[in-house]
Design a protein around this ligand. Sequence first.
Ligand SMILES: Cc1cc2nc3c(=O)[nH]c(=O)nc-3n(C[C@H](O)[C@H](O)[C@H](O)COP(=O)(O)O)c2cc1C
Length: 178
Amino acid sequence: MNILNLYFSQTGNTQKIAAKIAAVLEMDGHRVTTVPAEKHLDLDLLSFDFIFAGSGVYQWLPGKPMLDFLRQKRKENAEQGNIVPCAPRHPNKKAVIYCTYGGVHTGIREAVPAVKFCGQLFDHLGFTIVDEWYYIGDFKEAPMKKLNRGGRMGDISNRPNEQDLEEIGRRARAIVTV
Ligand SMILES: Cc1cc2nc3c(=O)[nH]c(=O)nc-3n(C[C@H](O)[C@H](O)[C@H](O)COP(=O)(O)O)c2cc1C
């Protein structure tokens, strides 16, 4: 399978997940293109069978390079006639949208807008969103580091941890068979 593994990571958490996805799927013999999002990436999204797209959550949305990428690709694909009313499905094109987030203030609800926003480009292109993943990611830098304790998700220090990454590996392997 030809897989795009697109991500944006400001402080490294989402990058760990993208690296795990790449490792397990390459081991299973898939062709995986792993690439950090940026505005002008020369990528034909419709050439991929399966797309993983993930970002950290920053003020409820994906990071700016991911937002720039999504907006640029929406524009290019609209101009190319790839985005049409009713967004007909491409039967064999699927996507997983995921994020890492802290959830300190309102829990998963502050991450949902990021994942939903990110998914819309792929949905508009006719990819079926087969799953959405929400993984906890801690704050790495002062002064935000103190938020790792006392928020709605409890102590989120050192997440994603090894256990999270093992789970992600299992889920990545399984979801591409859907
Ligand atoms: C500037 C900044 C803003 C953030 N805003 C949010 C937020 O609105 N909601 C949330 O749940 N987490 C928020 N977080 C926590 C990050 O989503 C979390 O640490 C994530 O794992 C970062 O991903 P990365 O390491 O791949 O950049 C924020 C983190 C930073 C550094």
